[in-house]
Design a protein around this ligand. Structure first.
Ligand SMILES: Cc1cc2nc3c(=O)[nH]c(=O)nc-3n(C[C@H](O)[C@H](O)[C@H](O)COP(=O)(O)OP(=O)(O)OC[C@H]3O[C@@H](n4cnc5c(N)ncnc54)[C@H](O)[C@@H]3O)c2cc1C
Length: 427
């Protein structure tokens, strides 16, 4: 039975990234009348994960469940969200003889009937797609045509406004604590905010991304990992020569990059890797440390850290990848901006949509694991299905809490093994 008592239950959602907003939207569509959203800053939140000029949209997965969900999400990207989506294709490559994830992803998209074009060599791909001379040497792979990139911050801004139009209330304050019943920790009664006011709630949903393990006592069931992102400014001539390119990913080095953005002529390049940890004291449990993004107090006028450089291992990977994709001239240019952006990883890389064990009305919606943005048009439907326990049993299990957690390798990632951000900065 669903612990949500009625459509008039007072629901508090912490976090206005993709998970919180898409959940709010589908709750409101389902007729829930009282949905209040909390965040440290107004969406799109500058240091959240659901921001930036671009996120890859691809059905190229080794897991058919996510691939099918992408096909469903593509209806939204082709329809209501089309203004925020560019279907330029995705070029998936790996070094010759290293085809595991690539082969699995190719088999998945082919089975779903999505159009692909295979390349026996990098030269073949470079010639067909009009890349620079000498691009993609020693690589092979395929172009996935029904894929591209989403303008993440704008899509999130649009979804935020849709939630407000449907009646959601937004409170621009940080939640300092989840308040449990004085009878015991099996029920929550509301939230304590940064100004010490208490907001009473019948159901609390923590959609706090990389901050979740700190706010909710998850005992490190999710792990926040920092991922490097770099931005390179192109000239007008370079923009004209490269604007036709597909998004590019190398599933072994973890490098990926987008064609230059039409508004700024900036190329965004990054690494989908095991990432960096950053251990700080957890809010929820005294004495416990949890990996989380560096803290930013917006209410005290702080702004997220501005960077133009990355740790050396990331800088090396991104410059090598840029050389593969755009040539040495662009690859050697200084970064106009750089970021460490935070994934919230689960051990199996599956999303986590479930009640906190032992707490009847605290629900967790997180675990994006670096691949959730593309599901924005449909994600909340799955969250609400788990909340109401109406989703198919297999999916409830896939997105459910797991006591015994077996860490599985995410074959879509590449690059260096996990390390602390502090060690990486010093290297
Ligand atoms: C560098 C990078 C690249 C990515 N690339 C892709 C891609 O190409 N394709 C793809 O599909 N996915 C991609 N992803 C993954 C996707 O962006 C994330 O899975 C998704 O955005 C996570 O959304 P979220 O709502 O869980 O987190 P967030 O967007 O971070 O939202 C969490 C929110 O909670 C708020 N919050 C936290 N604690 C509190 C508190 N105590 N009080 C109030 N508010 C709080 C935060 O301010 C934040 O706004 C990428 C992620 C990163 C970091």
């Amino acid at each position: 039975m669903s612990p949500v008592q009625s459509k008039t239950s007072k629901i508090a959602i912490i976090g206005c990234g993709e998970f919180g907003l898409s959940t709010a939207y589908y709750l409101l569509l389902a007729g829930y009348k009282s949905v209040t959203l909390f965040d440290r800053s107004t969406p799109p939140v500058p240091d959240g994960s659901s921001v930036d000029i671009s996120r890859i949209v691809r059905a190229d997965y080794d897991d058919v469940v996510y691939a099918r969900m992408v096909v469903e999400a593509l209806e939204g990207w082709h329809g209501e969200y089309s203004e925020y989506y560019s279907e330029c294709g995705l070029l998936c490559m790996t070094p010759d003889g290293n085809p595991k994830y690539l082969a699995d992803a190719l088999a998945t998209v082919s089975a779903l009937g999505l159009p692909v074009m295979q390349f026996a060599s990098g030269e073949d791909a470079a010639k067909n797609l009009h890349l620079h001379n000498g691009a993609l040497q020693g690589l092979s792979g395929y172009l996935s045509r029904e894929a591209g990139w989403a303008y993440a911050s704008k899509a999130v801004g649009y979804l935020f406004n849709k939630c407000l139009e449907l009646g959601a209330v937004f409170v621009p304050k940080a939640v300092s604590e989840i308040v449990y019943s004085t009878d015991g920790p099996t029920t929550v009664t509301g939230l304590k905010l940064e100004d010490r006011t208490v907001f009473p709630a019948d159901l609390v949903i923590a959609a706090t991304g990389a901050w979740t393990d700190s706010l909710v006592p998850l005992s490190s069931r999710t792990l926040a990992t920092g991922q490097p992102v770099a931005f390179v400014q192109l000239t007008d001539a370079e923009y004209e020569a490269t604007k036709h390119l597909p998004v590019y990913i190398n599933f072994v080095s973890g490098f990926y990059a987008f064609p230059p953005h039409p508004e700024s002529k900036i190329v965004k390049a990054a690494r989908h890797s095991y990432g960096y940890t950053n251990y700080l004291p957890a809010i929820s449990e005294q004495g416990r440390m949890s990996s989380q993004p560096p803290s930013v107090c917006y209410s005290q006028g702080e702004v997220p850290e501005a960077r133009t450089h990355l740790p050396k291992d990331a800088d090396d990977c991104i410059r090598k990848g840029l050389e593969e994709y755009l040539g040495a001239n662009i690859a050697s240019r200084h970064f106009s901006k750089a970021r460490i952006c935070w994934y919230n990883d689960t051990p199996s890389h599956d999303f986590l949509f479930d009640y906190m064990p032992g707490v009847s009305n605290l629900f967790i919606a997180t675990g994006g694991s670096g691949h959730a943005f593309k599901f924005l048009p449909v994600l909340g439907k799955y969250v609400v299905g788990c909340l109401e326990k109406t989703l198919d049993e297999c999916l409830l299990a896939k997105f459910g809490w797991r006591d015994e957690v077996i860490k599985t390798e995410d074959e879509s990632r590449g690059g260096t093994p996990i390390m602390s951000l502090q060690d990486a900065e010093l290297a």
